[in-house]
Design a protein around this ligand. Structure first.
Ligand code: CUA
Length: 318
């Protein structure tokens, strides 16, 4: 699909979003033309003093024909609206369902920059290097106000909120540099809060990663923080305190003391660190202190990476 006057289509979803846009624009355009043509024709035909037949002259027999016309102009637009809704809803579902093999990157927005961290621990500011053809999932949060992560070439935009995670995924289809914008007014330098998404061939990306070694990957840094913040005092293998064991926890359902069950995802782990009393695991006393105000978003994302590794490798927390 050729994007007329639009940025390049550089993700798998971009041509699908554009096709929907073109079809909706074409349909609404045709309807607008039909309405204007009818208005002009009727305006001339039924102008004051013209000999055209008026409503009073139409015999009762035509009442049925008129009903048919009314039914048609009710049902056809209804079908068009339902069709465009179903089409858009399907795209929305695709956009909200990242594939299981997606690489996860953490994004922290702050006035006025984008901070990114790769699973290997590489950190970037206002730049995101990614491989072409590989699904990427962004787990995003804000350190202050609401921002919005917007890559026009990918046809994707997602609000980034303080106090919670939002996510976005895509597969880039073209190599090159694509602009990244903040699309939510966030203060003085909002207009300058942006950067570049750099899409590379996978081999080139592997070289880039190797050329930017991180001191530690996210999970290892998380393991250090696990001890630094004293988590290991209660959640470690040799702890005497009765606290949930975190080995194998991530991604599993967790029964809560209020009788409900939640999945141990990024949101759950983050809330457990900052708002531990909100969702207490069944069978445990609500004794965990809150770390709100004492821990940065970066450290939380490293701790999450560590807790994920505990689940992936069946390693035990120390
Ligand atoms: Cu951040 Cu606008």
């Amino acid at each position: 699909m050729i994007a007329i006057g639009l940025p390049p289509e550089a993700s798998t979803i971009a041509p699908r979003v554009d096709l929907l846009l073109y079809v909706v624009t074409a349909v609404t355009g045709l309807v607008a033309i039909a309405i204007f043509v009818t208005m002009i024709v009727f305006g001339i035909r039924y102008r004051a003093g013209s000999p055209a037949p008026r409503a009073d002259d139409i015999p009762a027999l035509q009442a049925r024909a008129r009903r048919r016309v009314e039914t048609a102009w009710t049902l056809i637009p209804l079908a068009l609206f339902i069709a465009s809704f179903a089409w858009a809803a399907r795209l929305y579902m695709v956009r909200g369902t990242p594939p299981a093999n997606a690489i996860e990157l953490f994004v922290v927005a702050k006035q006025w920059m984008w901070k990114l961290q790769h699973p290997g621990g590489q950190r970037e500011i206002d730049e995101m290097h990614i491989p072409r053809g590989q699904p990427i999932r962004l787990v995003m949060t804000s350190q202050d106000v609401i921002h919005s992560f917007f890559v026009p070439a990918f046809r994707l935009k997602q609000d980034v909120l303080p106090g919670r995670y939002t996510e976005m995924w895509f597969t880039a289809t073209k190599t090159g540099r694509f602009h990244l914008f903040c699309a939510e007014y966030c203060g003085t330098d909002h207009a300058r809060m942006g950067g570049d998404v750099v899409v590379m061939e996978p081999a080139e990306f592997a070289r880039w990663l190797a050329a930017h070694p991180a001191a530690e990957n996210m999970a290892s840094r998380g393991a250090d923080l696990f001890r630094h913040y004293g988590c290991s005092g209660c959640h470690g293998a040799n702890a005497s305190v009765h606290a949930p064991n975190l080995a194998g926890l991530f991604g599993k359902p967790v029964p809560l003391s209020n009788g409900t069950t939640v999945v141990a995802d990024e949101r759950y782990v983050r809330d457990s660190i900052l708002l531990p009393e909100r969702e207490v695991a069944a069978g445990y006393a609500p004794i965990m202190p809150s770390f709100a105000g004492q821990i940065s978003e970066d450290d939380i994302s490293d701790l999450i990476a560590y807790i994920k590794r505990l689940a992936d490798t069946r390693e035990h927390p120390k």
